[in-house]
Design a protein around this ligand. Structure first.
Ligand SMILES: [Zn+2]
Length: 62
């Protein structure tokens, strides 16, 4: 009998999850990157939720 654990598969790399719709992808995955004044906003491609903001990596010249 092998234990069946119902969780997301353990990511071998860092994986970002959308807290709204649980879309999952690696940081270099299919996220929509939007420049914002504080950095790059990583936006969920499915629901448009801002998952995280990568500070200091903005390509925008303010
Ligand atoms: Zn989402």
């Amino acid at each position: 009998m092998s234990p069946e654990v119902i969780t997301a598969p353990t990511p071998s790399k860092r994986t970002l999850y959308c807290p709204d719709c649980w879309h999952a992808a690696t940081p270099t995955g299919d996220w929509v990157i939007r420049p914002s004044p504080v950095g790059e906003a990583v936006v969920c491609p499915e629901c448009g939720h801002v998952v995280t903001v990568r500070r200091g990596t903005t390509g925008v010249t303010v």
